[in-house]
Design a protein around this ligand. Sequence first.
Ligand code: URA
Length: 197
Amino acid sequence: MSKFEAMKKIRDEVVALKESSLYDYRTSNGYHAVLGEGSHDSHIMFVGEAPGKNEAKMGRPFVGAAGKLLDQMLAANNIPRESVYITNIVKDRPPENRDPLPSEIEMYGPFLDRQIDTIRPKVIAPLGRFSYGYIMNKFDATMFLEPISKAHGKIFDASASYGPIKIIPLYHPAAAIYNQHLKETLFKDFEILKQFT
Ligand code: URA
């Protein structure tokens, strides 16, 4: 199966995911599932938490205020947005932007796993503590798990099914919007990614 076909299959399955507790919320509000976007050959994959309202309306990841910040950081490092892959763990919007539930992470995690195995990134940059926790767990690196306030900007070496991978956790851009200090730290950490493009 080509990468395109594999990604389309993942999309079709998520769109039809009636077992998800977020399915009714999506369909009754006219929202879209948000699978992700970008290059299927990207070396870098960003993994956020879950779509917000703007994302669910448009069916695209990181298009709201947090997305603007992500765009600014990509631009500051001359990384075209379309050259990377941007997704979330949870593919449907949780009501009122609440944190994703463990059951939701469990429901959608396998789709993220398949996206990773299809795109085969060299670097995964989890955005925020939920995706950081998920990714460290997935790559059997929980012994190195720290609070995101300690882990941000560090490079963890891990093994993916297809070869070596680096995990570079970053603060979630939404957390940095109203916190100048976090924002400066996030912008600084982000520069590490440039060498992997
Ligand atoms: N926050 C996320 O974690 N993901 C998005 O797609 C948008 C905001």
